[in-house]
Design a protein around this ligand. Structure first.
Ligand code: SF4
Length: 340
């Protein structure tokens, strides 16, 4: 669970129940500073002389506000729309896309006008009837570490549980899911867990849950009847990578319930980076050991028009063969969505 160092309440946020609950939870904690602001000058309340320091202080900051624009962003190909409940994440994964996307605003922001956000989702669902509309809850965040006190996902899961023509999905690297287990989800929310080997987690995914805690949480979600999936990402090639990824998948297959109603899905994504991301990563993590030598990679134009450095074709082919064989051998009721 995310325990912030400071919480900034934006103007009017405390009109909402969810903000009052957050205030009540933290107001008597000596080591949590509560700041109320009436202007938009958020950044001046987060210390840090340079990008490096602002990142670290930002990651310890929770901002409580409302989502003003209720025009949802599209979220292709995995969903139709992003559900804008939360942005940012307490984690400090060196390769995280949020480092580039959020730049000097790395704080976690929760939107407390949840009922308005869900009413807007209703409009989008109605527009697409009788088609099913899919919403993604983790496009710009990991929503789980704040869930114990925001209850945002809880509201969304119950909302989507009542809709035959809507589905909800999110992905996490955390394990604070206990409050979601007994909800009436009706199988309409898919929980995905981003997993990796302990070597990768310990080296690059700072302030996230351990491999085994994530696996334990995924088992609980499966037992609670949620459709579940795993993002094995990013996959790195390093000495013993095959042994360690085998061990990870074996541990999952041994522990997952055998009577899953829906296939467990796998999305396998090899490590890649853009030049912009590399520059930002090296400012925030100057000692980073992420493998980012351009000479060792292949430059490839992506679907969004900018280029990425990906593993060479022979490495990607080897990964594909390895993961497809492992997953075929170890899991019965499964679907491999892609290995890229
Ligand atoms: S847990 Fe996910 S969202 Fe958070 S820093 Fe790591 S990669 Fe980024």
């Amino acid at each position: 669970m995310f325990i912030p160092k400071r919480i900034i309440f934006e103007k009017d946020s405390l009109d909402y129940e969810a903000a009052k609950n957050i205030l009540n939870k933290f107001k008597d904690k000596e080591d949590v500073e509560i700041i109320n602001i009436t202007s938009n000058k958020l950044k001046q309340h987060i210390p840090g002389e340079d990008f490096y320091a602002q990142y670290r202080e930002g990651k310890k900051t929770l901002v409580v506000g409302t989502k003003k624009s209720l025009k949802f962003q599209s979220c292709k190909p995995s969903a139709h729309y992003q559900l804008p409940l939360i942005s940012g994440c307490m984690g400090q994964c060196e390769y995280c896309y949020l480092n580039t996307k959020l730049g000097d605003k790395p704080f976690v922001k929760v939107h407390v006008n949840i009922d308005e956000i869900l009413s807007q989702a209703q409009k989008y669902i109605d527009e697409r009837l009788p088609e099913i509309t899919i919403f993604e809850g983790a496009a710009t965040s990991d929503p789980i570490p704040v869930e114990p006190y925001t209850h945002s996902l809880e509201k969304a899961i119950v909302f989507f549980g009542k809709h035959e023509n809507a589905r909800f999905r999110f992905v996490t690297k955390y394990n604070d899911i206990d409050s979601l287990l007994d909800l009436e989800h009706n199988g309409h929310t898919e929980m995905r867990f981003s997993i990796n080997t302990s070597s990768v987690i310990n080296k690059y995914e700072h302030a996230t849950a351990s491999r085994d805690l994530r696996i334990e949480a995924s088992i609980k979600a499966a037992k609670a009847g949620y459709p579940i999936g795993f993002l094995v990402a990013p996959v790195f090639i390093y000495p013993n990578w095959k042994e360690e990824y085998h061990d990870l998948l074996l541990s999952l297959s041994k522990n997952l319930p055998k009577d899953l109603k829906t296939p467990v899905t796998f999305e396998i994504i090899s490590h890649r980076y853009t030049s912009t991301a590399k520059n930002i990563i090296l400012q925030v993590f100057p000692e980073s050991e992420l493998p980012m030598s351009d000479e060792e990679r292949k430059f490839k134009y992506g679907q969004f028009g900018y280029g990425k450095y990906v593993y060479p074709k022979e490495n990607i082919d080897e990964m594909k063969q390895f993961f497809i064989k492992e997953i075929e051998d170890l899991f019965e009721n499964k679907e491999i969505k892609y290995v890229i």
